[in-house]
Design a protein around this ligand. Structure first.
Ligand code: IFM
Length: 458
């Protein structure tokens, strides 16, 4: 069996996607609260106002985690719930909620993994310029210091930022996520740089305030490709496509900066931006200082990776060519291709480049689930998807990738950002009218995977 003995099995969620309780108990507004009010911004005008009502049903939900046999739970803290104005005086009732959550997890033997920021940026800070403000890294550092100071007697694992590619590119360039703006390229580079510096400030704050040995890292998403054949040439071409600037792609659409993994990761793990892209974009980058890169490259303990899909490539004259996507191929309900091999190649390429133990912090699928006539939710596609992906992860581990854990997305169906409630990613079905939870077949199946440390995957 490849999964190591101390391997951690868990599930993830994010505050805005499940909590609800908009502005209750002194919580401030986030950019997502405001974005949801914009006409046409979110499918069907859905909002996070109630979401899964987790804020009021937290005990029931940790009970479900116990029922699923989760060893760990990765949740995010709502920044505006702790600091309604983004900074300054903390909101005691907001802190109390996470105290109750952490205590409830620990009582049930579930290890809390805390993500400090998962997209619900405090609206008050956004009004001060948000990620464009040079003070924004410091704001995050202060918030991270508070969280560590307060929770590290009980919480031993932290992630600073979740998926900067999404909250910067989708939120500030494409404008399809909150805050829904379209900045210039120069400003995008500044916003990215500040968010990377915020990660660095966060790591420093965690190290400085931890009350016991803790582990911490970063949780970006990634764009994965994998080689059609596993010849050395094709593997090398795939590796280059994962980390090197593809000029044709970026010239066709600057949005594809999203896919340039090295831009979002090299500064954190290697202390520099990738040279090819830095030279190419240098007209926008005069503000980058060597000391910023030192700050960004704080030592981290593990590498969180959110991974869902990818693309097959082959090589022609040494260049990567994307295999044509065939009609009728397996796709999830949200339209992402089912590409299990990504969970072999991405961990392998990232481990080879950055040498950090991998934790898959998100992986899962949106499915068209409903409660069936027998009162259960049968979701064989999810079981099949997760089985195939996990077996590829296992193969990566067999081939030498150091892996510390796996968190599926998600514990329960939830608010899928601009897609509203149309996409169900959960192991647990949520009826949004009644808030009734029904554990899906995949939830019971995952319990077995955990119990056998993956051996039942075959
Ligand atoms: O729901 C999101 C999550 O918030 C961030 N990663 C991808 C998930 C599915 O789209």
């Amino acid at each position: 069996m490849a999964f190591p003995k101390e391997f951690i099995w868990g599930a993830s969620t994010a505050a805005f996607q499940i909590e609800g309780a908009k502005q209750e108990d002194g919580k401030g507004l986030s950019v997502w609260d405001v974005f949801c009010e914009k006409e046409g911004a979110v499918l069907n005008g859905d909002t996070g106002e109630t979401a899964c009502d987790h804020y009021h049903r937290m005990e029931e939900d940790t009970g479900i985690m116990e029922q699923l046999g989760l060893q760990a739970y990765r949740f995010s803290v709502s920044w505006p719930s702790i600091f309604p104005e983004g900074a300054g005086k903390p909101n005691q009732k907001g802190v109390d909620f996470y105290d109750r959550l952490v205590d409830s997890l620990l009582t049930k033997g579930i290890e809390p993994y805390m993500t400090m920021f998962h997209w619900d940026y405090p609206y008050e800070l956004y009004l001060k310029g948000g990620w464009l403000n040079p003070d924004s890294p410091k704001w995050f550092g202060e918030y991270a210091a508070f969280l560590t100071e307060h929770f590290s007697d009980r919480v031993k694992n932290y992630f600073t930022l979740n998926e900067p590619q999404c909250f910067i590119m989708l939120g500030h360039y494409d404008g399809v996520n909150a805050p829904g703006v379209k900045l210039s390229k120069r400003d995008i580079f500044r916003a990215i740089h500040h968010s990377l510096m915020a990660h660095g400030e966060g790591m420093k704050a965690i190290r400085a305030n931890a009350k016991q040995p803790v582990k911490a890292g970063y949780a970006p998403c990634l764009s994965a490709v994998y080689p059609r054949t596993e010849t050395p040439e094709e593997i090398e071409v795939a590796r280059r496509e994962m980390f090197c600037l593809n000029r044709e792609k970026i010239e066709a659409s600057f949005s594809r900066l999203f896919d340039l993994n090295s831009w979002w990761m090299d500064p954190v793990y290697l202390g520099r931006y990738p040279e090819d892209a830095f030279t190419y974009f240098q007209e926008y980058l005069d503000f980058v200082k060597p000391e910023d890169l030192k700050l960004i490259a704080q030592p981290v303990d593990f590498f969180g990776l959110n991974i869902y899909s990818g693309a097959e490539i082959y090589h022609q004259d040494g260049k990567a060519v994307y295999s044509p996507k065939k009609t009728g191929r397996p796709q999830t309900y949200i339209g992402w291709d089912v590409e299990p091999k990504c969970l072999y190649w991405a961990p392998r390429f990232f481990y080879e480049r950055y040498h950090k133990p991998i934790i898959i912090t998100e992986n899962g699928l949106a499915n068209q689930d409903w409660v069936m006539a027998d009162g259960k939710v049968h979701d064989p596609q999810r079981i099949d998807f997760l089985t195939k992906y996990l077996k590829e992860y296992e193969r990566a581990i067999q081939d030498g990738v150091e892996a510390a854990g796996y968190f599926t997305w998600s514990l329960m169906d939830n608010f899928e950002w601009a897609f509203g409630y149309s996409q169900r990613f959960g192991l647990t079905y949520v009826d949004y009218e009644t808030q009734k939870r029904t554990v899906k077949d995949s939830g019971y199946w995952y319990r077995k995977v955990i119990e056998t440390n993956g051996a039942c995957l075959g």
